[in-house]
Design a protein around this ligand. Structure first.
Ligand code: TRP
Length: 332
């Protein structure tokens, strides 16, 4: 039997996740579970690039893991682990940081976006180098594929460059290369727009529906959502193509999409009814996740066990890779 390809996916621990995370990442991870060997990394060190306050990182990690498992990740076959608990990440990060220039990192478009208003001189050394830590995250597990959104593609590109350069310089006896050259696996249904009409749901914009939100919260949130500004009341003709609620119907209520388009454009369907309809559909969609979630919330010891177990499995793989790296570099 052919060996399964390896997927390394990663996310910063941001606490409870929103339905944009579900559509943009989680659903895809779950879908890939059977055909690949998956590792799910919690990028807790990466949070230091944007905030040095670490007091919530642990709780945010637990909340996120609950959402992962409730959404269908099987931690038994796909280890879930924190970057900070596997020391090999920092070792490989150090070695990799010698293989890439500062100029190359300064050209990283994701970094340019993040520091838009800041001067490059004022960011930390670690922030500039965080794609190098990400390269170590991916390559310690010999990831072949990395599921990411568009914004993370440049980091996979940096990872490919580092892997290629390392392989060129160092190898095991018989010229055996240690690292694969990983590829990004772009998520298809890229992103859900936020409730305010912005292109992306994001906690910092306060425009999200959380995976864990119940029906009342969902209703309250969608009530205030941005819709076609020319459709003020039932009877007015609307344009579903500029309405974010319509995008949600596409995803969570596909069987009624044409009926809703017709009702909106002719004016027979009012926005309030349309919103209450989608609130119910979103709630129905996530009901199995909510049920699993409340089970898990009552059993946080299980979540801690998942991390302990995942970190042990990750550590075994990471140690093996590091011993190959040491052997190839004659650092042993
Ligand atoms: N850099 C990613 C982010 O900011 C998180 C991340 C860290 C990651 N390590 C990773 C993603 C490895 C994929 C693979 O969202």
């Amino acid at each position: 039997m052919e060996k399964k390809k390896i997927i390394l996916s990663g996310m910063r621990p941001t606490g409870k996740l929103h339905i944009g995370h579900y559509v943009g990442a989680l659903e895809n991870w779950v879908h890939l579970q059977d055909s690949y060997k998956n590792y799910h990394l919690i990028a807790d060190y990466h949070t230091l690039t944007t905030s040095l306050d670490t007091s919530n990182v642990y709780d945010d990690t637990i909340d996120m893991v609950v959402d992962w498992i409730a959404s269908g990740i099987d931690p038994e076959s796909s280890p879930i682990f924190r970057q900070s608990q596997v020391k090999e990440h920092t070792e490989l990060f150090l070695i990799f940081s010698m293989l890439i220039t500062k100029a190359r990192l300064e050209k990283n478009p994701t970094l340019k976006d993040q520091v838009r208003d800041m001067n490059l001189q004022s960011i930390t050394y670690g922030h500039l180098g965080y794609p190098v830590l990400q390269a170590a995250d991916i390559l310690l597990y010999k990831g072949d594929l990395v599921p990411v959104g568009e914004d993370q593609v440049p980091h996979v590109e940096i990872t490919r460059q580092i892997a290629g350069f390392f392989n060129e310089k160092y190898s095991l006896p018989g010229d055996k290369k240690i690292f694969p050259i990983p590829e990004p696996k772009i998520t298809k249904f890229a992103r859900l727009p936020g409730l305010d009409g912005k292109a992306k749901m994001s906690k910092s914009l306060g425009n999200t529906i959380l995976i864990s939100d119940g029906i009342d919260e969902i209703k309250n949130k969608v009530k205030k959502a941005f819709t076609d500004p020319n459709k003020l009341r039932k009877g007015d003709k609307g344009n579903p193509d500029i309405c974010l609620i319509f995008t949600y119907h596409n995803k969570f209520n596909p069987s009624q999409v044409s009926e809703i388009r017709e009702g909106c454009t002719s004016g027979t369907l009012g926005c309030f009814d349309c919103k209450m309809n989608i609130a119910n559909k979103i709630n129905d969609f996530f009901t199995p996740v909510h049920n699993k979630r409340s089970e898990l919330e009552n059993n946080l010891d299980y979540i801690k066990d998942v991390l302990r177990d995942g970190e042990k499995k990750a550590k075994d793989v990471a140690e093996k890779t590091m011993s190959e790296v040491r052997e190839a570099m004659k650092l042993g």
